[in-house]
Write a protein that binds this ligand. Sequence first.
Ligand SMILES: C[S@@+](CC[C@H](N)C(=O)[O-])C[C@H]1O[C@@H](n2cnc3c(N)ncnc32)[C@H](O)[C@@H]1O
Length: 216
Amino acid sequence: MLEKMSDFFENRLVGYDQHMMTEIESSTEFYPFTAKMLPMAENSRILDLGCGTGLELEEYFLLCPTAKITGIDLSKGMLSALKKKFTDKDITLIFGSYFDVPFDENVFDAAVSVESLHHFTKEEKIPLYSKLHSALKDGGYFILTDYFAFSDEEEQMHRKNLIALKTEQCITDDAFYHYDTPLTVKHEAEALLEAGFSSVTVLNHWGATYTIKAVK
Ligand SMILES: C[S@@+](CC[C@H](N)C(=O)[O-])C[C@H]1O[C@@H](n2cnc3c(N)ncnc32)[C@H](O)[C@@H]1O
């Protein structure tokens, strides 16, 4: 059965960190790598889309303890867990969907998102990326670590499966449901470029999980 996105993560909060670090292939490599790609200057301002319990932030604070983080997530439980981990850090948490929450303009040195954006279409992402582009300072950048479809056929198959499941379960509302529908790296790059980013580069990959850098 499909679950609403927020319910899905709320229901899997217990044991979430352990699951990510032991069951998700190469997570012990891609979290530190992602953190290393973020700015190292003191007091860097970073926006985290779908911050969850802050696994990427654990690695980042080791490198940049003075970073000022704004984290957005639609699971209250994940945000509470994050807050408990980093009591001495400069973190602003926003409960809501990054599609709906307004972002301040020209304020962030960089943005990051790990394992959160593989549920959405290119059409849904373009306005989000455009809002993100405006939120970054000149020269700012976005580091996206997520998993991707290997081919157009795989991308289309996931999307068709989701539509079939929604039809089967008589789901007609517009809410987001948890079902993985990764884009290809090519389509992700197109969404970022169409949103106004000047360049998109693949920095690394571990199987289907890629780290991509999009520069304002
Ligand atoms: C697999 S978790 C990843 C969390 C964290 N970045 C990590 O790597 O551990 C995906 C997170 O994205 C959040 N999420 C999904 N869609 C979202 C949306 N539209 N707005 C805000 N958060 C969202 C979920 O609530 C969940 O906490």
